[in-house]
Design a protein. Structure first.
Length: 177
């Protein structure tokens, strides 16, 4: 895993083979963050990475200037990996929470500037995730929500839908509130 740009840009970390998460490709991450940089500034903002997996998205937010980043992941091996990377970076602004994302969405009261969700594509509740986020307390006026998904999904009818981007087999729906 490599951090693309920012203060940690070009740093690489070996992902253990026991991690089964499907990380967002470098190509898709780089292009997504190029789009986001044209929408909003990261400096001093907060971000939430749901279904964080390896934490690659969380590290991009940190590297580009977000000062409060929450990574939510329930798999212990992924959480341990994220904690090891955070320790190597020495960044106190990453808050890793080991819990179920649906519980977190329902219970967390903190609004974020950026919310990124990358659920497993075969998750049985995948279709409802964007709407759950949009109707949660995680969202405030000015929030930008990004959902990574396969081409099988179309979220353009949901409130705040702004744009759809596709990079190979990786699709992003972006919402601006």
């Amino acid at each position: 895993m490599r951090i693309i740009r920012g203060k940690y840009g070009r740093r690489r970390f070996d992902v253990p083979h026991i991690i089964t998460a499907r990380p967002t490709t470098d190509f898709a991450r780089e292009n997504l963050f190029n789009v986001l940089e044209n929408i909003a500034d990261f400096e001093g903002k907060s971000a939430c990475d749901l279904f964080a997996g390896t934490g690659a998205i969380s590290y991009e937010f940190l590297s580009r200037g977000c000062t409060y980043v929450t990574a939510v992941e329930k798999a212990g091996v992924q959480v341990a990996f994220m904690k090891s990377v955070a320790a190597k970076l020495g960044d106190e602004n990453l808050h890793i929470i080991k819990t179920d994302v649906f519980k977190f969405i329902h219970e967390d009261q903190r609004p974020y500037d950026f919310i990124f969700a990358d659920p497993p594509y075969d998750h049985p509740r995948f279709q409802e995730i964007p709407e759950l986020i949009l109707n949660s307390n995680l969202v405030k006026k000015g929030s930008i929500i990004i959902v990574e998904h396969s081409k099988a999904f179309d979220f353009s009818g949901l409130q705040g839908f702004s744009q759809h981007r596709a990079y190979g087999s990786v699709n992003f729906s972006i919402f601006e509130i």
